[in-house]
Design a protein around this ligand. Structure first.
Ligand SMILES: [Zn+2]
Length: 424
């Protein structure tokens, strides 16, 4: 009798094991959709995407049923378009406003931002990132380096050793005092394995600047100065595989290419920006000079990069007057369209190129099996019309699906908080 009991027990254990193996649990099935394969510049129709534990578990041609799996949640995405979520490579998170600002990126389909300025609450934000599904991931700069820093080699060394301990992802350089300080920065950054990025440094010899192995250069610095475009320097950047974040939209505003009343027509300004902030923005806009030559050169520069090395263009919304967090990236993508990038090339700047620049393309940045399921489900095809990027049906991120209603609620909460604030 004892033996029979043991055999029965073994049999039931085996049965349980077999049935477990047969019925794999899938968290989400996105059914019968079109996948925008940004990297391959193709649209794959009638596809099913299976997601498990936050990763893309399978992609197959559309099937009516999946008997082999237990499907927890299913979205019928017929007529919709699925693409990787967006990366904004140049943002500034105002200190104390991160809880309000970060959800605005998320609700606009941006799952990763590169923060170009460290904020005092850096460690607090970093801690809080993982438990909020409506926060994008952040690639953090340490406190920025500027010409005010006048450290000797030992002091620079201890500064970078601290940055490494604090876990910053890179260091943004705004400006440097002189070549000596710069050499020390480069040596320490290399020693502690911290990437450098940021502004081009006109007071440093070009040969020394190139040795620094900058990962990215912002605002097309280094080949646009005093209303002229220096194509031979641009070539040097391309040869060295330096990624370039043009932030064209900022110059579109500050060079006064766009008229103020055209900017203010956009609904996000009236919805998000408190009146007192709009007044400040207005004053700052008025103080600027119209500079068509500068903007034309910037467009030409991007055309030139795009002709030979489109993979080096990365998109950043930046934050400044008349640029609303989250929405700013769409504006930048529109400017890249002005510079002649094709729709696929434009999408690459905010997905594939950025993920490659951050060395995370093996994990994210495309809709592929095994990668993070950070996905946008769009109502319309953005390849036909770029503004469809704003027409989001739902977002899947951190193993959680947020539908349009949820995204609108998130934005509504940010609006009410922003309307109360008197800083920006
Ligand atoms: Zn900036």
């Amino acid at each position: 009798m004892k033996n029979i009991g043991v055999i029965l027990l073994l049999l039931s254990a085996m049965f349980a094991a077999v049935s477990c193996k047969e019925k794999e649990t899938i968290d989400l099935l996105i059914s019968n959709t079109s996948i925008i394969s940004v990297e391959n510049e193709a649209i794959e129709e009638n596809k099913d995407i299976l997601i498990k534990e936050g990763k893309i578990f399978g992609i197959s041609n559309h099937k009516k049923s999946y008997n082999a799996y237990t499907i927890k949640e299913k979205i019928n995405a017929e007529g919709k378009f699925v693409m990787p979520s967006l990366i904004d490579m140049h943002v500034h998170i105002p200190d104390g406003l991160s809880k309000t600002i970060l959800p605005m990126y998320f609700a606009n389909g941006i799952s990763l931002v590169r923060s170009m300025r460290a904020v005092d609450s850096y460690s607090k934000i970093k801690e809080g990132l993982s438990d909020k599904y409506y926060y994008p991931s952040i690639y953090f700069s340490s406190p920025t380096i500027s010409r005010k820093l006048d450290f000797d080699s030992e002091e620079v060394d201890s500064l970078f050793s601290k940055y490494a301990i604090d876990g910053y992802d890179f260091t943004k350089i705004l400006s440097v005092k002189d070549s000596t300080v710069f050499k020390n920065i480069v040596t320490s950054a290399e020693k502690y394995n911290i990437e450098l990025a940021g502004h081009y440094l006109p007071n440093i010899p070009k040969s020394l600047f190139y040795k620094a192995n900058y990962k990215t250069v912002e605002h097309l610095g280094g080949f646009i100065h005093n209303d002229s475009l220096d194509l031979s320097s641009l070539k040097e950047f391309i040869t060295r595989n330096i990624y370039m974040c043009p932030t064209l939209n900022w110059y579109y505003i500050s060079d006064k290419i766009i008229e103020e009343n055209q900017i203010l027509n956009k609904e996000e300004y009236s919805r998000f920006i408190p009146n007192n902030i709009l007044e400040i923005w207005k004053e700052r806009y008025i103080s600027k000079n119209k500079n068509v030559t500068d903007y034309t050169n910037r467009i030409k520069a991007v055309e030139n990069i795009n002709a030979v090395a489109p993979e080096l263009i990365i998109a950043g919304g930046d934050s400044n007057i008349y640029i609303v967090p989250g929405f700013g990236l769409y504006d930048e993508l529109n400017r890249l369209e002005d510079a002649g990038l094709s729709p696929f090339q434009i999408l690459k700047t905010a997905t594939v190129n950025s993920a490659k620049c951050l060395n995370i393309f093996d994990k994210t940045g495309s809709v592929d099996i095994g990668k993070e399921a950070s996905l946008l489900i769009l109502n319309e095809n953005p390849i036909m019309n770029l503004s469809s990027l704003k027409n989001i049906y739902g977002i899947f991120y951190k193993n959680r699906y947020s539908d349009r209603t949820t995204l609108d609620l998130i934005l509504k909460k940010s609006i009410s908080e922003l309307k109360k604030t008197d800083r920006w």
